[in-house]
Design a protein around this ligand. Structure first.
Ligand code: GRF
Length: 203
């Protein structure tokens, strides 16, 4: 399977998935990494792995629609089976989401449907939650609202602060994202009108 990864930052999720493709755990290859922020370390990770590292700076575009149109053209030039958002900090237009519906993943640092949006770790701490975690989901037009694929949880400890909690959740992300990608590339995971199917069963 052909994979394209979209990033905006350090790309540690990209690295976790890349490592698993290189170890043969994932039946897929990352054909390109596309980043909207100049200088993001994730671009360096791609270059070091000999993968096309493409910058598409959203500041070069007058509006969201023209950026997304250029993004679709660039993504499609790699004919991907799966497009992965890995810390891609852009809100996508409905057109782009529809174009990739059913083959577009995202990872979110909360136990969705709780804490959609930003500052999820701080919000979980302030709410006094007993646990927190991360979620891989199919992307639909609702921000952080798509059908869930897999989650990982961690207890919130009394001495946790945003940094310690974020660090633990980040490690969990690096476990569940490659797993979800592996399932999709093995043909075990799909999204249809009724929802997410894993090995043919509705999740
Ligand atoms: C992760 O915390 C992820 O949950 C969020 O953005 C961050 C990406 O981190 N969507 P990295 O760039 O993969 O290290």
């Amino acid at each position: 399977k052909r994979i394209v990864v979209l990033i905006s930052g350090s790309g540690s999720n990209l690295q976790a998935i890349l490592d698993q493709t290189l170890e043969g755990q994932i039946n897929g290859t990352i054909e390109a990494v596309i980043c909207n922020r100049p200088g993001a370390f994730g671009l360096t990770r791609a270059e070091q792995a000999g993968i096309d590292a493409r910058l598409l700076d959203h500041k070069q575009f007058t509006d969201r629609e023209s950026f997304d149109a250029a993004l679709i053209e660039l993504i499609d030039s790699y004919t991907p089976d799966l497009v992965i958002l890995a810390g891609f900090m852009r809100i996508l237009t409905p057109e782009l989401v529809r174009h990739y519906q059913g083959r577009l993943f995202n990872i979110h640092p909360s136990l969705l449907p709780k804490y959609k949006g930003l500052h999820t770790h701080q919000r979980a701490l302030e709410a006094g939650d007993a646990e927190h975690g991360c979620t891989v989901h199919f992307v639909t037009e609702e921000l952080d609202g798509g059908p869930l694929i897999v989650q990982a949880k961690t207890d919130i400890l009394t001495d946790d602060d945003e940094q310690s909690l974020q660090q633990r959740v980040h490690q969990l992300e690096h476990q569940i994202y490659p797993l979800a990608v592996q399932w999709f590339c093995a043909g075990r995971l799909s999204l249809d009108q009724t929802g997410v199917r894993f090995d043919g069963e509705l999740l």
